[in-house]
Design a protein around this ligand. Structure first.
Ligand SMILES: O=C(O)c1ccccc1N[C@@H]1O[C@H](COP(=O)(O)O)[C@@H](O)[C@H]1O
Length: 205
């Protein structure tokens, strides 16, 4: 079986970034969405990113942010990848001339198929749970049976993943990557190194 890439999202502290890297994370996510309990000021994210070792991808998460602000933050932080987690269109996502991934909140097969077709130019799609009025970080899983088995582009599975369910998820779906936030926290915005270790071990059993 291929190795499953792991992104640890919602990094707010250098020590949490370090724990994730020590445990073998491939990518770190920074939430630039101010209502989130995992929000990090772009200036602080830039300081953390500057101190990271090489070969770790950094991902900036945006929710319906103005294009000018996305552009300012991506330049300030030197982030590697943009993650759009709101209602952005593919035209919006493409304008930055930078690699991006699109989060799709899975409701039903029909709307998912439509979104997968719309975001073909994304480096990957991230599939997350749907809860009305909440853009992400719900801590809830969704019905994985809705994921089309014949989709050939990279899928990043998210939504309610934890050290307890990650092995089953990977075995069942064999996604390109997995993304976790709440499932490896000690409290909102603060990561738990033991949970991170267990999660990454479980992603590649
Ligand atoms: O983490 C947040 O607060 C958040 C806010 C707004 C949009 C997305 C957010 N997080 C992303 O949601 C998924 C699933 O998170 P969880 O593992 O269920 O807690 C993940 O991609 C987070 O990065």
């Amino acid at each position: 079986m291929k190795r499953t890439r792991v992104k640890i999202c919602g990094i707010t502290r250098l020590e949490d970034a370090q724990s994730a890297i020590d445990a073998g994370a491939d990518a770190l996510g920074f939430v630039f969405y101010s209502p989130s309990p995992r929000y990090i000021k772009p200036e602080r994210a830039a300081e953390i990113i500057q101190q990271l070792p090489p070969f770790i991808s950094t991902v900036g998460l945006f929710v319906n942010e103005a294009a000018e602000e996305v552009d300012r933050i991506r330049k300030l932080t030197q982030i590697d990848l943009l993650q759009f987690h709101g209602d952005e269109t593919s035209v919006f996502c493409e304008q930055f001339n930078q690699a991006w991934i699109k989060a799709l909140r899975v409701r039903d097969q029909g709307s998912l198929q439509q979104s997968l077709a719309e975001f073909e130019s994304a480096r990957a799609v991230l599939l997350d749970s749907y809860r009305p009025g909440v853009p992400g970080g719900t801590g809830e899983t969704f019905n994985w049976d809705l994921i089309p088995s014949d989709y050939s582009r990279p899928i990043i599975l998210a939504g309610g993943l934890t050290p307890d369910n990650i092995s089953d998820a990977v075995r069942q779906l064999q996604p390109y990557g997995v993304d976790v936030s709440g499932g490896v926290e000690a409290s909102k915005g603060i990561k738990d190194p033991i949970k991170i270790h267990a999660f990454i071990r479980g992603a590649n059993p």
